[in-house]
Design a protein around this ligand. Structure first.
Ligand code: HEM
Length: 414
């Protein structure tokens, strides 16, 4: 088994950290266990008299301040112990372990800068564009915050893609990490949802028509027209659409993403970091480093580099705000979505025959579901055996995304 975490084994639940500490009160073995549910005479509930010590850690040697917190949050002590025990394997592919943390970092940047933008942004058809101009031109450092938000969104999506393919090719999704993969896939979908809903918020011409094209796509599928009217808040893209995109962008998607992210990170901590198949016991692992503080400190160095890059990009390559959307003018030529939808966009363009769009939608949906469930199909990897067929599958998916994205770039430019 390839886990670093010495407690974790394939399919096995890691043993609980020792709960007993010096001085912990033990329940008397001879007495019958008290029932929590049986009502006392007269139907009045009485709590059991003989209970084990609720805080088995109270006698451990800690500073006064730590003791104060420990008395209140002692249930977290085993969790912290667990974090201290977690180790990350060192090998020639260890570099790829940093990309999940980088995606997380850019997400945190999004929350902070998003909250700052919210102080001035006005999500109405009449005011949205003007509020963006105001942020760019009059709010102190508003231009920087807006540019960082826009760039960080792109970098977060890029990091999530790199992280997904690196975990795919290392087969980190194999048993018992299937749900890490599934939750990660949902994170990617939510990240793309952020990009899609955020695109319209400046209410500029490009975003307006791109949203019109993007929200049109599901129409060809059965029940799609209903979905389109829900997304748009009517037949056409309008101020109603802006309200919907705004509420999705600042309420629903952040809430969902944080929920799924908590599950993802909890699984990462509980199951530990995996090593590629065949690395363990063959001398390819050059030791382990403690997650806390060694790996985390290296993560932090990556984050600082990421932040420096972000500020440079925001300063040197600003995203232009364009001109205000006018629904009555015809769509300008060269309308395209953001780069992370280019591959799908190109497929829709390629299948421009009768029923082609529906075929593209079905292929993308089925392909996405298969990709999400890949850990359950790859039986060989779960048995710690190499699975070249899945590596080829991953390479084909990557090639599809890269080639189609490049084709859109060639046709439309950046
Ligand atoms: C917002 C997006 C995401 C964030 C913030 C995130 C965060 C993280 C972090 C911090 C780790 C631990 C360090 C590492 O191995 O890089 C991790 C591990 C992992 N993530 Fe993600 N992740 C995201 C998206 C994804 C996606 C899209 C997938 C795949 C579909 C995925 C699958 C995994 C797997 C399988 C692991 C375990 C790696 C191992 O044990 O070797 N994650 N994630």
């Amino acid at each position: 088994m390839a886990e670093n975490n010495k407690t974790a084994a394939a399919g096995a639940v890691p043993p609980k950290p020792k709960a007993a500490a010096p001085g912990a009160a033990k329940p008397a073995p001879s007495k019958p266990a008290p029932s929590n549910t049986a009502p006392a005479s007269g139907g009045v509930y009485k709590p059991p008299v003989d209970r084990p010590d609720p805080n088995p850690y109270k006698e451990t040697r800690v500073s006064d301040l730590t003791a104060w917190f420990q008395e209140r949050f002692y249930v977290l002590v085993p969790v912290i112990d667990y974090l201290k025990k977690k180790e990350v394997p060192k090998h020639r592919l260890s570099f790829w372990y940093y990309f999940g943390g980088l995606a997380l970092f850019f997400f945190m940047i999004q929350i902070v800068t998003g909250l700052l933008l919210l102080q001035y942004y006005k999500p109405t058809e009449a005011e949205a564009f003007a509020s963006f101009v105001f942020i760019q031109q009059h709010v102190p450092y508003g231009w920087l915050i807006r540019q960082i938000h826009a760039w960080s969104a792109n970098l977060m999506a890029l990091m999530a893609f790199i992280h997904m393919f690196s975990t795919f090719f290392m087969k980190s999704y194999r048993k018992p990490r299937e749900l890490m993969w599934v939750s990660g896939f949902l994170l990617l979908v939510l990240t793309l949802g952020f990009g899609f809903t955020g695109y319209l918020l400046p209410w500029n011409e490009l975003a307006f028509f791109a949203t019109q094209v993007g929200t049109e796509v599901p129409k060809v599928a059965p029940g799609g027209a209903f979905l389109v009217s829900i997304l748009r808040g009517g037949e056409e893209v309008s101020g109603e659409t802006l309200t919907r995109m705004f509420s999705l962008h600042v309420v629903l998607l952040p809430g969902l993403l944080m929920l799924v992210l908590s599950a993802h990170l909890m699984l990462v901590q509980v199951l530990g970091t995996s090593a590629p198949i065949g690395y363990k016991g063959t001398g390819m692992i050059k030791g382990y480093e403690k997650f806390f503080p060694t790996f985390l400190a290296k993560d932090a160095i990556g984050w600082m580099i990421g932040f420096a890059l972000l500020v440079y990009l925001a300063w040197a390559f600003p995203w232009h705000i364009g001109i205000k959307a006018d629904p009555l003018t015809p769509a300008p030529v060269g309308i395209k979505p953001e780069w992370y939808f280019w591959a799908q966009f190109q497929l829709l363009k390629d299948l421009k025959f009768e029923g082609g769009e529906l075929l593209a939608i079905i292929s993308l949906t089925v392909g996405g579901i298969v990709w999400m469930l890949v850990p359950f199909f790859d039986r060989q990897a779960s048995k710690e055996e190499k699975s070249p067929a899945f590596t080829i599958f991953g390479l084909l998916v990557l090639a599809f995304l890269l080639i189609n994205t490049f084709r859109v770039y060639l046709e439309y430019g950046w």
